[in-house]
Write a protein that binds this ligand. Structure first.
Ligand code: SF4
Ligand code: SF4
Length: 140
Protein backbone atom coordinates (compact mmCIF):
# COMPACT_ATOMS: atom_id res chain seq x y z
CA UNK A 1 0.00 0.00 0.00
CA UNK A 2 1.47 3.43 -0.91
CA UNK A 3 2.59 5.67 1.97
CA UNK A 4 -0.16 8.07 3.00
CA UNK A 5 0.92 11.68 2.56
CA UNK A 6 0.16 14.36 5.08
CA UNK A 7 -1.70 16.93 3.01
CA UNK A 8 -2.19 20.43 4.37
CA UNK A 9 -5.97 20.79 4.56
CA UNK A 10 -7.76 23.22 2.29
CA UNK A 11 -10.03 25.28 4.49
CA UNK A 12 -12.64 27.80 3.53
CA UNK A 13 -11.96 31.34 4.67
CA UNK A 14 -14.74 32.90 6.70
CA UNK A 15 -16.53 35.62 4.76
CA UNK A 16 -16.62 37.96 7.74
CA UNK A 17 -13.71 40.01 9.04
CA UNK A 18 -10.97 37.92 10.63
CA UNK A 19 -11.65 37.27 14.32
CA UNK A 20 -8.96 37.64 16.95
CA UNK A 21 -6.73 34.58 16.87
CA UNK A 22 -5.42 32.55 19.79
CA UNK A 23 -2.14 31.38 18.33
CA UNK A 24 1.22 32.95 17.59
CA UNK A 25 3.06 31.56 14.57
CA UNK A 26 6.25 33.32 15.67
CA UNK A 27 6.36 31.09 18.78
CA UNK A 28 5.63 27.91 16.83
CA UNK A 29 8.25 25.57 15.31
CA UNK A 30 6.19 25.41 12.09
CA UNK A 31 4.05 22.30 12.28
CA UNK A 32 1.88 23.33 9.32
CA UNK A 33 4.96 24.01 7.18
CA UNK A 34 6.00 20.36 7.60
CA UNK A 35 3.04 18.85 5.76
CA UNK A 36 4.08 16.52 2.94
CA UNK A 37 1.83 18.30 0.48
CA UNK A 38 1.54 22.09 0.47
CA UNK A 39 -0.56 22.58 -2.62
CA UNK A 40 0.04 25.52 -4.94
CA UNK A 41 -1.96 26.84 -7.87
CA UNK A 42 -1.08 29.01 -10.86
CA UNK A 43 -1.61 32.26 -8.96
CA UNK A 44 0.70 31.06 -6.18
CA UNK A 45 3.42 30.21 -8.70
CA UNK A 46 2.97 33.55 -10.46
CA UNK A 47 3.34 35.30 -7.08
CA UNK A 48 6.54 33.37 -6.37
CA UNK A 49 7.86 34.23 -9.82
CA UNK A 50 7.23 37.92 -9.20
CA UNK A 51 8.77 37.77 -5.72
CA UNK A 52 11.98 36.12 -6.97
CA UNK A 53 11.97 38.01 -10.29
CA UNK A 54 12.07 34.85 -12.37
CA UNK A 55 9.77 33.48 -15.06
CA UNK A 56 6.67 31.47 -14.22
CA UNK A 57 8.34 28.32 -15.59
CA UNK A 58 11.49 28.91 -13.56
CA UNK A 59 9.43 29.36 -10.38
CA UNK A 60 7.43 26.23 -11.08
CA UNK A 61 10.58 24.16 -11.73
CA UNK A 62 12.65 25.54 -8.82
CA UNK A 63 10.10 25.72 -6.05
CA UNK A 64 7.42 23.15 -6.80
CA UNK A 65 7.02 19.49 -7.69
CA UNK A 66 4.16 17.38 -8.99
CA UNK A 67 2.92 14.63 -6.69
CA UNK A 68 1.65 11.75 -8.83
CA UNK A 69 -0.15 10.02 -5.95
CA UNK A 70 -2.11 13.07 -4.85
CA UNK A 71 -2.23 14.54 -8.39
CA UNK A 72 -1.36 18.02 -7.15
CA UNK A 73 1.53 20.45 -7.50
CA UNK A 74 3.10 21.37 -4.17
CA UNK A 75 6.04 23.25 -2.68
CA UNK A 76 9.37 21.46 -2.53
CA UNK A 77 10.86 20.42 0.81
CA UNK A 78 14.22 20.55 2.55
CA UNK A 79 15.64 18.48 5.42
CA UNK A 80 14.66 19.51 8.92
CA UNK A 81 15.99 18.24 12.25
CA UNK A 82 12.62 18.49 14.00
CA UNK A 83 10.15 17.14 11.48
CA UNK A 84 12.38 15.24 9.05
CA UNK A 85 11.46 17.59 6.22
CA UNK A 86 9.82 20.95 5.87
CA UNK A 87 8.88 23.52 3.20
CA UNK A 88 11.80 24.78 1.15
CA UNK A 89 10.94 28.36 2.15
CA UNK A 90 11.17 27.74 5.89
CA UNK A 91 14.14 29.15 7.79
CA UNK A 92 15.08 26.12 9.89
CA UNK A 93 17.15 28.18 12.36
CA UNK A 94 14.73 31.06 13.00
CA UNK A 95 11.75 28.70 12.50
CA UNK A 96 9.92 31.19 10.28
CA UNK A 97 8.65 31.55 6.73
CA UNK A 98 11.14 33.42 4.53
CA UNK A 99 8.58 34.49 1.92
CA UNK A 100 5.77 35.62 4.19
CA UNK A 101 4.46 38.30 1.78
CA UNK A 102 4.63 35.92 -1.17
CA UNK A 103 3.44 32.72 0.56
CA UNK A 104 0.75 30.61 -1.18
CA UNK A 105 -2.94 31.12 -0.54
CA UNK A 106 -3.16 27.85 1.36
CA UNK A 107 -0.63 29.15 3.91
CA UNK A 108 -2.54 32.45 4.21
CA UNK A 109 -5.82 30.68 4.89
CA UNK A 110 -4.56 28.11 7.39
CA UNK A 111 -5.97 27.39 9.98
CA UNK A 112 -8.95 29.62 9.04
CA UNK A 113 -10.34 29.65 12.54
CA UNK A 114 -9.46 31.48 15.76
CA UNK A 115 -7.57 28.50 17.21
CA UNK A 116 -4.78 26.38 15.79
CA UNK A 117 -4.82 22.81 17.12
CA UNK A 118 -1.05 22.54 16.81
CA UNK A 119 -0.56 25.70 18.82
CA UNK A 120 -2.95 24.53 21.54
CA UNK A 121 -0.95 21.28 21.70
CA UNK A 122 2.32 23.20 21.90
CA UNK A 123 1.01 25.52 24.64
CA UNK A 124 -0.31 22.58 26.64
CA UNK A 125 3.02 20.75 26.45
CA UNK A 126 5.03 23.89 27.29
CA UNK A 127 2.85 24.62 30.30
CA UNK A 128 3.09 20.98 31.35
CA UNK A 129 6.90 20.96 31.00
CA UNK A 130 7.14 24.47 32.51
CA UNK A 131 9.46 25.30 29.62
CA UNK A 132 8.52 28.04 27.13
CA UNK A 133 11.08 26.71 24.65
CA UNK A 134 9.89 23.08 24.69
CA UNK A 135 9.15 21.71 21.22
CA UNK A 136 6.48 19.05 21.39
CA UNK A 137 6.51 16.63 18.48
CA UNK A 138 3.51 14.88 16.98
CA UNK A 139 3.92 11.65 14.97
CA UNK A 140 7.58 12.08 14.00
S1 SF4 B 1 0.94 25.25 13.13
FE1 SF4 B 1 -0.49 26.91 13.69
S2 SF4 B 1 0.66 28.26 15.07
FE2 SF4 B 1 2.12 26.93 13.99
S3 SF4 B 1 2.83 28.14 12.24
FE3 SF4 B 1 1.09 26.85 11.56
S4 SF4 B 1 -0.73 28.14 11.84
FE4 SF4 B 1 0.92 29.08 13.01
S1 SF4 C 1 5.50 29.09 2.18
FE1 SF4 C 1 5.99 29.80 4.22
S2 SF4 C 1 4.08 29.59 5.40
FE2 SF4 C 1 3.88 28.32 3.54
S3 SF4 C 1 4.57 26.28 4.13
FE3 SF4 C 1 6.34 27.35 3.27
S4 SF4 C 1 7.39 28.25 5.02
FE4 SF4 C 1 5.31 27.68 5.68
Amino acid sequence: MPKKHRVIPIVKQAAAAKPRVHYDCLKCPGYCCSYDIIEVGKRDIARLAKHFEVSYQQAEDRFTKYDRDEKVRSLRHQKDKLFGKICTFFDTKKRQCTIYEARPKLCRDYPAEPRCGYYDFLKFERDHQQDETWVALTDR
